[in-house]
Design a protein around this ligand. Structure first.
Ligand code: AMP
Ligand code: TRP
Length: 329
């Protein structure tokens, strides 16, 4: 079973990434043959960014992944731009991608609406590159958070259209989205997902936040005026905290509701804060150890890219042959 996922090197990673996605990567590491995880720097350039910071953000992201338990000896960890097969396949796949489908992508609509200067063609083609990321490895499974559901649906359509047109060359992948925690919400605006773009710092818990900051953010999380610890559409703030605690403890949200029945928000929030602090502490400590050694991080990326390239090159040879591109085999 091949497992592939990608993560953007955009800023500090947060609790939503950790709960919604990184846990899925770790689970994939145990089942994947291999598990492949890519830091997608070429996706990050589709919106305004600072070239001088991009490399450093890739190291931040890689160090965070390793600190979370991803093991470069067991999984393939690499930087997208190091494996040119992604960009080539992206172009080849663009000819079996419907323009209308790209136009319907929620993430494109949201991100393009947020641009002040330029809505780049790269932003529009972003999901095609993402499809190439996965399809280049003939991956079966894609662990992601809920916001990537539509992108995985699209890559399935692309793979199917390719196979219909050119023969069974590509594997049609499936998403793996956790049933609880796939959409962690902003602590201050529980109607929107936790995200580094468009959230205030108070609404986000960063993976490398200090313990005091975490406690403060959880305790000042927006809740409703009722006092009951239960989930419901009228209680998005409390629902979010229940989900967070449930995932960290590995129990169901119902079990959390039962445990805190009859107790106020105060003691519940204390329990959530403590759980988040405990789960992130070792990650932050390890991150601080790993991050300074950029030479070691670069070595991990280089080795990962070599392994990734040899897998992707096989698929590309088949794709080119099927499409009649390039010299005869
Ligand atoms: P990104 O940082 O946008 O590359 O996202 C990396 C992974 O984290 C993707 O699989 C996302 O679906 C997931 N993710 C991002 N934000 C959240 C969130 N608020 N809750 C759960 N998962 C998330
Ligand atoms: N678009 C994804 C995100 O924003 C990142 C990503 C790029 C990805 N390529 C991928 C995720 C391939 C899964 C598979 O989170």
């Amino acid at each position: 079973m091949r497992i592939f996922s990608g993560i953007q090197p955009t800023g500090r990673k947060h609790l939503g990434n950790h709960i919604g996605a990184v846990r899925g990567y770790l689970e994939g590491q145990d089942r994947g043959d291999p598990a492949i995880l890519c830091v997608v720097d070429l996706h990050a350039i589709t919106v305004p960014y600072e070239p001088a910071r991009l490399r450093s953000l890739v190291y931040d992201t890689l160090a965070m992944l390793i600190a979370s338990g991803l093991d470069p000896d067991r999984s393939i960890l690499f930087r997208q731009s190091d494996v040119h097969e992604h960009t080539e396949l992206s172009w080849l796949l663009s000819s079996v991608t419907a323009h209308g489908d790209l136009n319907r992508m929620t993430q494109f609509k949201e991100k393009s609406a947020a641009q002040r200067e330029l809505v780049s063609a790269g932003l529009f083609l972003y999901p095609v590159l993402q499809a190439a990321d996965v399809l280049a490895y003939r991956a079966h499974e894609v662990p992601v958070g809920d916001d990537q559901r539509q992108h995985v649906e699209l890559m399935r359509d692309i793979a199917e259209r390719f196979n219909t047109a050119y023969g069974e060359v590509l594997v049609v992948p499936e998403h793996r989205i956790p049933s609880v925690g796939a959409r962690i919400m902003d602590l201050q605006q529980p109607g929107r997902k936790m995200s580094t773009t468009g959230s205030e710092e108070r609404g986000l818990i960063f993976v490398d936040d200090e313990e005091k900051a975490i406690v403060k953010k959880v305790k000042s999380a927006i809740t409703d005026s009722g006092g009951e610890v239960r989930r419901g559409p009228d209680k998005p703030g409390i629902t979010n905290l229940i989900d967070i605690l449930a995932v960290i403890r590995g129990v169901s949200p119902e079990a959390v509701e039962r445990e805190f029945e009859g107790q106020g928000y105060g003691s519940f929030k204390e329990a959530v804060a403590e759980a988040v602090v405990d789960v992130l502490r070792p990650v932050r400590e390890r991150y601080l150890e790993l991050r300074p050694d950029e030479g070691a991080l670069e070595a991990v990326l280089g080795e990962g890219a070599d392994r990734a390239r040899s897998l992707a090159a096989e698929t590309l040879a088949d794709v080119r042959r099927a499409m009649g591109v390039g010299p005869p085999a």
